[in-house]
Design a protein around this ligand. Structure first.
Ligand code: SME
Length: 300
């Protein structure tokens, strides 16, 4: 068994998240890298003890890698926000990755650098050796399992996506056929998230061609740079469209579609396909959808 420590704002939500990650044996709320022994919640709360609310994640490295855990950690934090996550503010809510084995640092640095490059800005996330860790009081352990209606700075959608992402990963296994992988991914996404239209377009020369999907019949070819899909292809970036009528050049395959998200699937710096999801309501997609759909698209 191995361990890594993540500070990601209020530890209730962070613990609830990691305790549901496949391969995690135990997630424990506690206080890390502060200036005294056995601090209480009340002491840490004063923000004068140097501690960060932190979750110790003990995992089985044959089931989940440190790289995967660290990538998952970055899906639940705002890495640019200094001493603030969600509504929680203070140095105790700073973000950090604390390791007990320095040999692991290069793996952490690699993920860190990828996130930094993507965001194009310095991260507010600490990357340091663990100096100390004290488990929090019993009432803070598994708080959200004991109090399902309790405060959580992470959205319920985050937990739905985590379960879905893990299920899709397991389901696809090592099937080598891309179309088959797309077909079951579209089915699982549609079944679990109830989107209006969920599907793939594959790059084929100068156009995108319709691939496996769930939902009403759709346009079969979309040009490079055309519509939301062609724009995601051209810009190699996820497009979140809160109102399709306001997106210049949007292609209306169905008049019932009101908002949309398109995620490019990139291999060797080339877009090979896009994942396109439509909703019949405006404003259906946000950053949480973008982060998780990018992870799911990465499984293809
Ligand atoms: N609206 C997309 C076309 C595909 S359908 O949404 C299924 C676009 O503008 O690219």
């Amino acid at each position: 068994m191995k361990e890594i420590h993540f500070a990601g704002g209020c530890f209730w939500g962070v613990q609830h998240f990691f305790s549901q990650v496949d391969g995690v044996i135990e997630a424990t709320c506690g206080y890390a890298n502060g200036d005294k022994n056995n601090p209480t919640y009340e002491e840490v709360y004063t923000d004068t003890t140097g501690f960060a609310e932190t979750v110790r994640v003990e995992y089985d490295p044959s089931r989940v890698s440190l790289e995967e855990l660290t990538e998952l950690f970055f899906t639940i934090i705002d890495p640019l926000s200094m001493n603030r996550q969600g509504h929680d503010e203070g140095t105790r809510y700073r973000t950090g990755i604390y390791y007990t084995n320095p040999i692991k640092r290069p793996i952490l640095e690699e993920v860190y650098a990828r996130v930094k490059d993507k965001l194009g800005a310095p991260l507010a996330v600490e990357l340091e050796p663990l100096r100390n860790f004290f488990p929090a009081e019993e009432r803070h352990q598994d708080y959200l399992s004991k109090n399902p209606e309790g405060y959580c700075h992470l959205s319920p959608k985050t937990f739905r996506y985590l379960r879905l992402y893990q299920d899709i990963k397991l389901y696809l296994g090592d099937e080598p056929d891309t179309i088959a992988r797309m077909a079951d991914t579209a089915a699982l996404l549609s079944e679990r998230m109830h989107f209006f239209w969920t599907g793939f377009y594959r790059a084929d020369g100068e156009t995108l061609v319709l691939g496996p999907f769930q939902g009403p019949s759709a346009c079969m070819r979309i040009g490079f740079g055309k519509g939301v899909c062609g724009t995601a292809w051209e810009q190699k970036r996820t497009q979140v469209v809160p109102d399709v009528e306001l997106f210049p050049g949007h292609i209306a395959c169905s008049s019932a579609s009101k908002s949309e998200i398109v995620v490019p699937i990139i291999k060797n710096n080339e877009v090979t396909a896009v994942l396109d999801i439509d909703s019949d309501e405006k404003d259906s997609f946000d950053q949480t959808d973008a982060i998780w759909l990018e992870k799911i698209a990465g499984l293809i």
